[in-house]
Write a protein that binds this ligand. Sequence first.
Ligand code: HEM
Length: 81
Amino acid sequence: MTDRSDSPAQLSFERDIRHMFREKDRNSMLKAFDLWSYSDVQAHQDAILEQLRNGTMPCDGVWPPEHVATLERWIAAGSLP
Ligand code: HEM
């Protein structure tokens, strides 16, 4: 359980994804969606991933590649809650 990102089939939003979004990210994007809400992130997952991949979001710094990879694996494994 020390490196959960090695188990793609078991990635969960609450455990593995939610914490990657900072309070600042959540507050900045609330007018569009809630990054701490499973249903909102799942509904917009492709657009969110695209922004993170190409580095346009967050606007104050690019995500580390491991975070992008974890989000990709979460989506590929079916975006579990
Ligand atoms: C569909 C995906 C997204 C779209 C279309 C989007 C679009 C935008 C737009 C239009 C703004 C306002 C920029 C401004 O007022 O100058 C903004 C602000 C911001 N977004 Fe996003 N965003 C997306 C996803 C994300 C994600 C996934 C994160 C973080 C992981 C994020 C973090 C931020 C932050 C931190 C700001 C505030 C920047 C600042 O004012 O310092 N956004 N976003």
